[in-house]
Design a protein around this ligand. Structure first.
Ligand code: 5CA
Length: 158
């Protein structure tokens, strides 16, 4: 097996630290978007975990939403749930907060602590696939195990 690139290795180390048994795979094609990842992994788009960073509009505190690849986040509904509107940080800020480039953002192992919420729709699958640090690296995981390992609160995003 070839060695993982440094960003993917960082995700593997973070998984190990969480006690999460995952095996990261470098695909031979792009997994940058949920659609590309689904095609590369041979699974439904709904099984792809989008790791999306938002900011609370007033406090500017970041948070992470783990969203099913088939869902578009209803920001208004989530704002009601959180008691504060949401903003999307730009790509540079996402990079600074997570330590990874967009398209490769993993669900854990970030540069800063990100309170994390998981889309209930992801919890309905036996296995989901998440990004692992680069736009070609992914890993499969039981969504319940993932949610527990990262301390994610389950929410409806749509
Ligand atoms: N590797 C895939 C599947 S695991 C992946 O990372 N998908 S993703 O959805 O989590 O990452 C792409 C997301 O980044 C897009 O859905 C979009 O919401 C966000 N994004 C794209 N461009 C920008 C940008 N310039 N600034 C902030 N967010 C962006």
């Amino acid at each position: 097996m070839t060695e993982l690139p440094p960003s993917a290795k960082k995700v593997q180390d973070a998984a190990d630290a969480l006690g999460l048994a995952v095996q990261i795979r470098e695909m031979d094609r792009s997994t940058r978007t949920a659609e590309e990842a689904a095609a590369a992994c041979g699974v439904a788009v709904g099984q792809i975990v989008k790791s999306l960073v938002f900011l609370r509009a007033q406090s500017k505190q970041p948070l992470l939403l783990l969203v099913s690849g088939q869902n578009r986040v209803d920001e208004k509904a989530i704002a009601v749930r959180l008691g504060e509107p949401l903003e999307r940080p730009d790509a540079e800020r996402v990079r600074a907060l997570t330590g990874y480039v967009i398209g490769g953002i993993p669900p854990f192992g970030h540069a800063t602590a990100l309170p994390t919420f998981i889309d209930r729709d992801l919890l309905g699958y036996d296995v989901v696939w998440a990004a692992a640090g680069t736009p070609r690296a992914v890993f499969p995981v039981d969504p319940q195990v993932l949610a527990k390992a990262v301390g994610a609160e389950a929410i409806s995003v749509v």
